[in-house]
Design a protein around this ligand. Structure first.
Ligand SMILES: Cc1cc2nc3c(=O)[nH]c(=O)nc-3n(C[C@H](O)[C@H](O)[C@H](O)COP(=O)(O)OP(=O)(O)OC[C@H]3O[C@@H](n4cnc5c(N)ncnc54)[C@H](O)[C@@H]3O)c2cc1C
Length: 532
């Protein structure tokens, strides 16, 4: 049982001063001076529209199609309004848009999916390249000789069964029918609306990565429009330095990607699924046990785990009542193997919790698992701080207790996603790849931890201020003044000072060399961009 604070800070929201308001106006990904935007004439815009393919559209702020495309998924950055938006339909559209933007002195910033970037780096006051129309998915099975089939309990997997090429506008959800209808699977993340582009460029963690590698580990080649308008295909054989940088170097650093080719797996049969939940009273045994399991199964690539704490609500009573500790995941193996791994977790909690948790462990089709594991949280407005945990930096009872206490202090908001942290287990195939083999450096971790908070569009600014303040305190309560050195580049934190080291470690200098070679004028640039 954790030592809860007797007096909760009701009224925290109102008590915070206006000194933090600056935090509410984060910088855009790329913001040209206002004069640069004003200098772009109607004739310039017409020239851009003329250069685009018939299926592409240029939207200006006066157009009715502009508002939904201008709005990023994280509404925190909704105030950053692009001067114009090109809905690209072809690689040629991206090339023309980049050339045009250079000629008029505006930045061009790509956005795939709905613009999920935590730090608003797919928002700009320059030219936004919306890639959502590039939805083509083409899969090509490979002749049997080069693939190998293995059984893992109730599932048979043909490894390296073929390739699938996706347009830059494809989201995780767009890949789902491939799995449902054909049993073809590419490992992606949890959120259906996240774009494959941003996901793969920063790494891509999910519920299959220990078994099949990160999304970026499945990449075979990618088409990139460079800042000078050249279109290149990057792979192990062509532009291998660029290909290296595109696997974990994060989006919007080297060019605009218009397609990605991945190796897929062919599935037949079922997987094991589980979803567990306890009241916060069990936070210490659950976190200690889950971390022990993650260490013991670090090399068992079949077992996937996400464990976390969270709450939501607007009143103290709701925040207390909803506070919980939870775990979810899947297993590529027989159900008794999964039950054996989970046994110490299934023994924790009240009789009711234990019964509910045991009942959740079951065999499902990979398609059902993909739906059960998916969640689009957080939504509306949110912020995160992340950390990569190694075997020597796992959370102690003191850290977990401090986090749980602070969770009960969450100032609240109207966003039903609330706040908390989630820990995604690493290991397996992820950690088999040497840390310098791709730009994704975090190859010897046990977990990636994401601490998050969220608030709603119509919450007043003081609620946003209080939430951002709370997130800093929450993280500080866990780590004090010595936070872990490593952080996940796909959960970017604009307040992180040593982000070069945190996101890229020893790979950073090499990334800068790739940047100088492929984007020597730093056309693709944002506050935490490579080389900035
Ligand atoms: C609700 C939610 C759930 C998430 N779940 C997971 C998860 O399970 N696993 C995980 O690993 N991550 C997850 N993330 C993080 C996610 O991987 C990153 O936010 C990712 O960058 C999103 O990619 P996007 O294309 O949707 O976003 P965008 O905001 O469009 O792009 C992200 C960055 O990439 C750049 N970019 C976009 N398209 C291109 C392109 N075609 N060429 C070059 N650069 C481009 C953008 O300019 C921006 O800098 C989640 C994020 C959210 C908000």
């Amino acid at each position: 049982m954790i030592n809860r604070r007797g007096v909760l800070r009701a009224g925290t929201v109102g008590a915070l001063g206006t000194g933090m308001v600056g935090l509410l106006s984060p910088p855009a990904a790329a913001a040209p001076p206002a004069e640069a935007v004003e200098r772009v004439s109607r004739r310039d815009w017409a020239r851009l529209a003329d250069a685009l393919s018939p299926r592409s559209t240029l939207y200006l702020p006066v157009d009715s199609g502009y508002p939904p495309l201008a709005l990023p998924f994280n509404h925190r950055y909704a105030g950053i309004r692009p001067a114009g938006i090109v809905a690209c339909a072809t690689t040629g559209d991206a090339r023309e848009a980049i050339r045009w933007a250079r000629s008029v002195g505006l930045p061009a910033v790509p956005r795939s999916g709905l613009g999920h970037n935590y730090a608003g780096y797919s928002a700009t006051t320059g030219l936004l390249l919306n890639m959502a129309r590039m939805k083509r998915i083409v899969s090509a099975p490979l002749p049997g000789a080069r693939s190998r089939t293995r059984s893992y309990g109730p599932i048979k997997v043909t490894h390296g069964a073929g390739t699938v090429t996706v347009g830059a506008g494809v989201t995780n959800a767009d890949l789902h029918p491939l799995l449902e209808d054909l049993g073809r699977f590419v490992p992606t993340g949890r959120c259906p609306t996240v774009g494959v582009a941003g996901l793969v460029l920063g790494g891509g963690i999910g519920f299959s990565d220990k078994m099949f590698g990160l999304t970026c580990d499945r990449l075979v080649s990618t088409t990139v429009v460079l800042a000078d308008g050249r279109v290149v295909e990057a792979s192990q054989d062509a532009h291998p330095d660029l290909f290296w940088g595109c696997r974990g170097g994060a989006g919007n650093n080297f060019g605009v990607h218009t397609s990605f080719t991945f190796q897929y797996e062919q599935f037949q049969g079922n997987v094991g699924f589980y979803q567990l939940r306890w009241s916060l009273d069990s936070v210490l045994p659950v976190l200690a046990t889950a971390q022990r399991i993650a260490v013991n199964t670090l090399h068992d690539k079949r077992f996937h785990l996400r464990v976390g704490i969270g709450t939501h609500g607007t009143t103290r009573d709701q925040i207390h009542a909803n506070a919980n500790v939870n775990a979810i995941g899947q297993y590529y193996g027989p159900l008794d193997g999964l039950l054996a791994i989970l046994a110490p977790l299934l023994a924790i909690g009240t009789a009711e919790e234990r019964a509910g948790n045991s009942a959740s462990v079951r065999e499902v089709t990979p398609g059902q698992a993909s739906v059960l594991l998916s969640a689009t949280t957080p939504v509306e407005k949110f912020a995160a701080k992340s950390a990569v945990l190694h075997s020597r930096t796992l959370l102690t009872d003191e850290q977990v207790g401090a986090a749980a206490e602070r969770l009960l202090d969450w100032p609240g908001s109207d966003n039903p996603d609330g706040a908390g942290f989630a820990m995604f287990a690493l290991g397996g195939e992820i950690n088999q790849v040497p840390s310098g083999a791709t730009a994704f450096v975090h190859r010897n971790g046990v977990f990636i931890l994401a601490a998050e908070t969220s608030w709603a569009d119509y919450d007043p600014p003081c609620v946003a201020t209080a939430n951002l303040h709370w997130l800093r305190e929450f993280y500080h309560d866990i780590y004090g003044d010595t936070p872990p050195r490593d952080s996940y580049q796909n959960f970017p934190d604009p307040t992180l000072k040593d982000w070069r080291r945190a996101y890229y470690g020893a790979n950073y200098d090499r990334l800068v060399r790739v940047k100088r070679k492929y984007d020597p004028t730093d056309f693709f640039s944002y506050p935490q961009g490579i080389g900035s």
